[in-house]
Write a protein that binds this ligand. Structure first.
Ligand code: ZN
Length: 246
């Protein structure tokens, strides 16, 4: 099948579906200028003494908060990032009643910014932050204006981003919601992930339908089991097939 035929096939699948779930990874946000921190170890080696996986771990956060927040603020916060064509197309599909949920590994909040309502954020969100002691809520803007290691203005406790660090478990309610949505979906579109990072691969096994679509620039470990594979930019593909209804 050539590229055009694949997009037509994707259009047809979407037309015939009314319970679509989208599962997305870092590649969805790269078109918004947010790099996948895992794919860039080389860059960090010059500036950080530890690999990103070490810095973004619970034990490191506890022991070396300054080094953690230096990396976190520098590499994981993109307050000016805007939703791209992929986020907008998915929000449009939800408005049309076709898409029922977005399950994302991203922590940037761009799906909601684009207008998506039902979003399962497996790894949390940088937009939410809580005092570890009194649980007072802080927005991203709040902590942006604070010292390197942000402190609660009410009690002085350390403020922790609501982001799932390595060594931490995923939120049980979020997992259950995502699994329920995927297991009921009549179409599952997976985009912007190589499906090698845990727990992505495990989630898609809950899908029982026959419209499994993979959209990723590079080949993934699951290309062989998909009903349709498109190796292209996710934003370009989705905006080409999702037409805005007025
Ligand atoms: Zn507090």
């Amino acid at each position: 099948m050539d590229d055009l035929a694949k997009r037509e096939e994707l259009s047809r699948m979407i037309r015939e579906s009314d319970n679509i779930v989208f599962f997305g990874g870092a590649g969805v946000s790269t078109e918004s200028g947010i790099p996948d921190f895992r794919s860039q170890d080389g860059l960090y080696n010059q500036k950080y003494k530890y690999p990103p996986e070490t810095i973004i771990s619970h034990s490191f956060y506890v022991r070396y908060p300054e080094e953690f927040f230096r990396f976190y603020r520098d590499r994981m916060l993109y307050p000016d990032a805007q939703p791209n064509a992929a986020h907008l197309a998915l929000a449009e599909l939800e408005r049309q009643g076709k898409l029922k949920a977005v399950v994302t590994q991203n922590i940037d909040g761009l799906h909601q910014k684009a207008g998506s309502k039902n979003v399962f954020e497996l790894h949390g969100s940088v937009l939410r932050n809580y005092c570890e002691r009194c649980h007072k809520f802080y927005s991203l803007e709040d902590i942006a204006g604070m010292d390197l290691v942000p402190r609660c203005t009410a009690c002085g406790g350390r403020i922790k981003p609501d982001v799932v660090l390595y060594e931490e478990s995923l939120n049980q309610d979020v997992i259950e919601g995502a699994v329920r949505a995927i297991s009921r979906a009549d179409m599952l579109i997976i985009g912007g992930t190589s499906l090698v990072v845990y727990p992505a691969a495990g989630f898609i096994d809950y899908y029982r339908g026959h419209k499994l679509v993979l959209i990723n620039k590079d080949a993934t470990g699951r290309d062989g089991i998909a009903d349709l594979v498109i190796h292209d930019k996710i934003g370009e593909v989705l905006s080409a097939v999702v037409k805005k209804e007025s």
